[in-house]
Structure formats: structure tokens, C-alpha cells
Design a protein around this ligand. Structure first.
Ligand SMILES: Nc1nc2c(c(=O)[nH]1)N[C@H]1C(S)=C(S)[C@@H](COP(=O)(O)O)O[C@H]1N2
Ligand SMILES: [Mo]
Length: 165
């Protein structure tokens, strides 16, 4: 792999999280797994699943505590997950019970689907199991409560167009 390839691979090994305060925070999936406090085989949540995962909800509680957000603060209404290939999913909070984040296979970073893949066992569609999940946004949007969507992003900002050339 040449220099540019290595840099690209490293750049994609981080996840940028935006909470409802919209302040971004950049982490590696390994740091997120440590913050979650517990790692388990994906097969505990997904039949036939392979690799190591952490619980999204366990991570989320500790993530908010670390950021000084009060435990009684309102929960998000949705999580929006954006992938490196421009696939994205909007997932209602209620569907994220038991959601798991796959981040390693036999102790090594994911060669495919990395830096992390979200699995939503209580989701209305397997299409919500977003691979290469590089941006996570926790949203508060009462008007869209319960709304689900997924697919390839259709609109791009001028900056995004330039960076994709
Ligand atoms: N990044 C990304 N994640 C994705 C997709 C995609 O195109 N890109 N397709 C979704 C859809 S529509 C489905 S059905 C599942 C397919 O998962 P599989 O390849 O493990 O069968 O991945 C979902 N996650
Ligand atoms: Mo799908």
C-alpha cells in the first residue's frame, strides 16, 4: 500500500460522533469499546455473526457521562449513521435496544466494514446494519419520531463534492 493508501486507511479508522449539542468528538472504535466497558461476541446478538462487539447503549451512557451531560438529559429521538461509501441510515431510538457495534475480528481491526459496523437486531430492516460507519449523529427531532430511512446520500455540499473527486 502506498503512502496515500495508508493515510486513507488511517483516516477511516476513526469515528466522529455528534451529540445533540452538535459538538464533534473523534474516537477510535477501540477507545469506544473501552468506554463501553464490555466486549462480547457479535453472535450473542446476531445469529451467525462473527467478531467482537460492544453494546451501543452501554457506550452511550458512559459517553454522555464523560461529556458531562446529565443522566436525566432527554434521550435522542434518532441516531443517524453515515458510512464511508455515502450510505446512511436514520434509526429511531426505540429500535436501538440491543444494538451492537462490531469493531474487531479475532482481536484485529475489521478488514471489511470497518472501522465499525452497527447491528440493529430490533430494527425494522437489516438494511440498517450500516458498514463502515464513520459518522454517528445523535439527534433530537420530535417531528420525525419513529421515522426510519436508509439509502445512499443524495445531496452533497460543495466541500464534499471537492473531497470526493
Ligand atoms: N456502508 C454500507 N452499509 C450498508 C449497505 C451499504 O451499501 N453500505 N447496505 C445495507 C443494506 S441495504 C443491507 S441489506 C445490508 C447487507 O448486509 P450484508 O452485506 O452483511 O448482507 O447492509 C447494509 N449496510
Ligand atoms: Mo438492504
Amino acid at each position: 500500500m502506498g503512502m496515500i493508501g495508508v493515510e486513507t486507511a488511517m483516516a477511516q479508522h476513526t469515528i466522529t460522533v455528534y451529540d445533540t449539542d452538535r459538538q464533534p468528538s473523534v474516537s477510535t472504535p477501540e477507545d469506544m469499546a473501552r468506554l463501553a466497558g464490555r466486549v462480547f461476541p457479535l453472535s450473542e446478538r446476531i445469529a451467525g455473526g462473527n467478531g467482537e462487539a460492544f453494546d451501543l447503549g452501554e457506550w452511550f451512557v458512559n459517553w454522555r457521562a464523560q461529556r458531562g451531560i446529565a443522566a436525566e438529559a432527554p434521550l435522542p429521538t434518532h441516531m443517524k449513521v453515515e458510512a464511508a461509501d455515502t450510505f446512511e441510515a436514520l434509526i429511531p431510538w426505540e429500535q436501538l435496544k440491543e444494538a451492537a457495534v462490531l469493531f474487531a475480528l479475532n482481536g484485529a481491526p475489521l478488514a471489511k466494514g470497518g472501522p465499525a459496523r452497527l447491528y440493529v437486531p430490533n430494527g425494522t430492516s437489516e438494511c440498517l446494519n450500516v458498514k463502515r460507519a464513520v459518522v454517528w449523529r445523535f439527534l433530537q427531532d420530535e417531528e420525525k419520531r419513529g421515522e426510519v430511512s436508509y439509502g445512499f446520500k443524495q445531496t452533497f455540499t460543495a466541500d464534499e463534492m471537492r473531497s470526493k473527486r
